[in-house]
Ligand binder design. Structure first.
Ligand code: FES
Length: 153
């Protein structure tokens, strides 16, 4: 895991220097744009461009359970632990991510941009929200079982 400091620039990372412009190659580059981000809590994976925050990419999954926060590094609701990979961070509230925590890999997803493939783990409120939303309610389980029985009959 590697963190790059506040508002640093990293112009060379994530830039495609491949000069092969054949149609198949261009399509492959478009479909593989961005980095792979794995969410350890839910085993989900999404693509996130170096110019997008980890939170924006997570929201693009269009799943329930992503809490709406300030998106500016102030409320702390989007705290994650970067388990592997490199991210560039912008200014974050020290009341939510201390210098010690940041050194350990904690960041606010709304202030972190992937610079490589990343594995992260949601912590605190974000973890509770996404893990709870992934669990199916007993009512949904019963409805799905009823639907499966009626299809089989
Ligand atoms: S959404 Fe508020 S700190 Fe990230």
């Amino acid at each position: 895991m590697q963190l790059e400091g506040d508002a640093g620039t990293n112009a060379s990372m994530g830039v495609n220097h491949d000069h092969d412009r054949s149609p198949g190659r261009i399509q492959e580059s478009v479909s593989q744009a961005g980095f792979s981000v794995a969410i350890g809590n839910t085993q989900e994976r999404y693509r996130c461009a170096a110019s997008s925050t980890l939170l924006a990419g997570m929201e693009a999954l269009a799943r329930r359970g992503i809490p709406v926060g300030c998106r500016g590094g102030g409320c702390g609701v989007c705290k994650v632990l970067i388990e592997s990979g490199t991210v560039r961070t912008e200014k974050m509230s020290r009341s939510h991510v201390s210098i010690q925590e940041q050194a350990e890999g904690y960041v606010l997803a709304c202030r972190a941009y992937p610079q490589s493939d990343v594995s992260l783990k949601a912590v605190d409120k974000l973890a509770r929200c996404i893990e709870r939303s992934q669990a199916r309610s007993p009512f949904l389980e019963a409805a799905l079982a009823t639907a499966a029985r009626s299809r089989a009959a």
